[in-house]
Design a protein around this ligand. Structure first.
Ligand code: SF4
Length: 346
């Protein structure tokens, strides 16, 4: 690992949202790279995604489905609402046959992408590489997930590359062990950095540009001074970055960090998540989005079939509210949601 630079040359912004929650920075537009690598099926999927994003299309089946494989995380980060909640759920998860059956249903009906976002750590599931491979073999264009990177060892990295993972988003918020320990207590900065570099080396050795590697930096008072050095350390290695301002999920919660300036954002647009995606939680409940606020919007249980839920009255009424209603008429969960009214991310 080279010594951190004090300043980083500017990167080209390819995305920035109106609330400055996230800034995506990259040398190459990630979507352009994915288009080159994945071809016309990917282009068609993104065309449909853009139409759904602007309320011009309700696809016959969600274009993207997130499967929360387990309700388990190997860390307890102070900014994570799941780690700090007083009533953590008992560990549970989706079985391999359940997930495969849902992928079968999606592949037959136009699903184009699968993710393992959820609210927990996907790499705690030993089934992850097999599920990625299954989805890609079934013809889905994309497979992606967010991770804290601690369990991203050489073996699983090889398996994920072979399986056809297209994007991986690793949370890495510091360049010094002390700052990282404050942000990610119990993790190991050196090991996570080594894991990312190993993945990049394995990808090179495989002659592949995928998975694209995004590093996600959660900007707080604790680590903001390290952002230039972070970009200097990684900008010629990672494919793109997301710099995300820390924001409290609940405006009634006390500030996590001294002088935390975060507050609920005023509405500035409309949310199109239920036009594009579903999320299946570890307990098989199905949500219309991947936002924490969506926990208050359960649409049904996966056993009903995702098609029935996608075509059902609950999501239809939600779409109607989001598309047409004034802000005050939205369901309470949506009114509390902090990330809803920003433009969709790449
Ligand atoms: S506004 Fe927020 S909670 Fe409501 S559907 Fe959109 S992302 Fe989910």
């Amino acid at each position: 690992m080279t010594a951190p630079q004090k300043t980083a040359p500017p990167l080209d912004p390819v995305f920035s949202d109106s609330r400055n929650v996230s800034r995506f920075l990259a040398k190459n537009d990630p979507l352009a790279v994915l288009s080159q690598e994945l071809g016309p099926r990917f282009d068609d999927y993104r065309r449909r995604w853009d139409l759904a994003k602007s309320f011009k299309l309700i696809p016959p089946f969600p274009l993207h489905v997130d499967y929360e494989l387990r309700s388990v995380c190997n860390l307890r980060c102070p900014m994570c609402p799941m780690a700090t909640r007083k009533d953590p759920p008992a560990p549970s998860g989706l079985s391999l046959p359940e997930v495969k059956a849902m992928i079968d249903e999606g592949a037959e009906n136009g699903q184009a992408s699968l993710g393992f976002g959820g609210l927990w750590e996907p790499l705690t599931s030993k089934d992850l590489p097999e599920i990625v491979a299954y989805g890609r073999e079934k013809g889905l264009s994309e497979a992606m997930f967010n991770t804290n990177g601690l369990l991203l060892g050489e073996t699983v990295a090889k398996e994920l590359i072979q399986a056809g993972l297209t994007r991986i988003m690793v949370s890495l918020d510091a360049v010094t062990p002390a700052t990282y320990a404050a942000m990610r207590p119990g993790s190991d900065l050196g090991l996570v950095e080594e894991n990312i570099l190993t993945l990049l080396a394995l990808r090179r050795a495989a002659g592949s540009r995928l998975p694209l590697v995004r590093l996600s930096f959660c900007l707080t008072k604790i680590n903001q001074a390290e952002l230039p050095a972070f970009l200097g350390r990684w900008q010629n290695k990672a494919d793109f970055f997301s710099i995300q301002s820390y924001g409290r999920f609940d405006d009634e919660a006390p500030p996590l960090f001294p002088d935390d300036p975060s507050s609920p954002a005023p509405p500035s647009g409309r949310c199109a998540q239920p036009f594009k995606r579903l999320m299946v939680r570890h307990d098989s409940s199905v949500l219309p989005c991947c936002d924490l606020s969506g926990l208050g919007l359960t649409l049904g249980q996966a056993g009903q079939g995702l098609q029935a839920i996608w075509d059902g009255p609950k999501i239809s009424s939600l779409r109607d509210s989001l598309q047409k209603s004034p802000f005050g008429a939205l369901p309470p969960a949506c009114q509390k949601c902090q990330t809803k009214f920003t433009p969709a991310k790449p």
